[in-house]
Design a binder for this molecule. Structure first.
Ligand SMILES: [Zn+2]
Length: 300
């Protein structure tokens, strides 16, 4: 997602019911939920939870696709191209990141109209800023909520990636969580190349108003602190690590494996400094990476 208000990231939010949510919002800002809502109930009740005056969850169609349990307001074929794509994304995420696949369900709730979706969000997240889609993690469930609109494919690739990653690495750092989701929200044929972010960063470099700083990204603790620059840069580091040399790719994969085992693993910037032969020039290398991508119009 290109706009800061439409990309997603995880936020710790305490709610009235005894559930702590990690929320990844399409474009997110920190949200303190003001009313109780136990996401675990949504799935434990088969998606039919009804509160007085409530907006029902989508339940007209249920499609099972690998790890995904998709419920929609409208007829949705199991062989719909987007369903197949989201199912296939599971293996892409696993292979690119060197992570195992999980069988933990990722629940996708697809609202037929933006009005229905907005109504649901305002009922369960009063005061919630406008979002096209978001991801919610509780101790027991991984759920994505989205309205069926023009950018649904990009939104679902982004949010479903959060689901696949959180199923195996629940404590992935905020900036990396978003960088990975931005990488995989692009169409499969783009191989993670996000034209919008390349153009944004290249423009910033021309203005002289941006230079990469991984430690600055690592210091971000809430989604609300993430600007479009941060989303674009998070994507850029992930793309640079995954798409340039086998050593860099392995470094990111090893880091994720370690974070999976030990959430207190030292930050990625420390590992880059320690392990990459050109670590001192990593920042310049990332700048060159942006410039090279921006110089290939065919790639964009
Ligand atoms: Zn996100």
């Amino acid at each position: 997602m290109e706009e800061p208000l439409s990309a997603g990231h995880p936020v710790q939010a305490a709610i009235a019911l005894p559930v702590t949510l990690v929320i990844a919002l399409a474009g997110c800002a920190p949200v303190a939920l003001q009313t109780g809502w136990n996401a675990a109930q949504l799935t434990s009740l088969g998606g039919t939870l009804q509160l007085p005056g409530d907006v029902p969850l989508p339940d007209r169609t249920e499609v099972l696709a690998g790890q995904l349990v998709i419920r929609a307001d409208f007829p949705l074929a199991g062989q719909h191209r987007l369903v197949r794509e989201l199912d296939g994304l599971r293996v892409d995420v696993s292979q690119e990141l060197g992570l195992p696949v999980s069988d933990e369900p990722v629940h996708l709730y697809l609202f037929e109209t933006t009005d229905r979706y907005d109504e649901f969000v305002s009922r369960h997240y009063p005061g919630f800023p406008a979002r096209r889609a978001f991801f919610v993690e509780t101790d027991t469930t991984l759920s994505v909520f989205a309205a069926w609109q023009d950018r649904i494919a990009e939104d679902l690739r982004h949010e479903t990636t959060h689901g696949y990653v959180h199923a195996v690495v629940p404590t992935v750092p905020l900036w990396l969580d978003e960088g990975i989701a931005e990488f995989f929200e692009t169409p499969r044929s783009s191989h993670g190349l996000h034209a919008g972010h390349v153009a944004h960063l290249a423009g910033r470099m021309l203005e002289g108003t941006w230079r990469p700083d991984l430690q600055r990204l690592e210091a971000l603790s809430t989604a609300g602190d993430m600007t479009q620059d941060h989303y674009a840069e998070a994507w850029c580091w992930v793309h640079w690590l995954l798409s340039t040399t086998p050593e860099r790719r392995e470094l990111l994969q090893n880091y994720l494996t370690d974070v999976r085992r030990d959430p207190a693993t030292a930050p990625l910037s420390a590992r880059i400094r320690r392990e990459l032969p050109d670590s001192a020039q990593a920042t310049d290398a990332v700048k060159r990476h942006v410039a090279e991508l921006a110089a290939v119009p065919a790639a964009l």
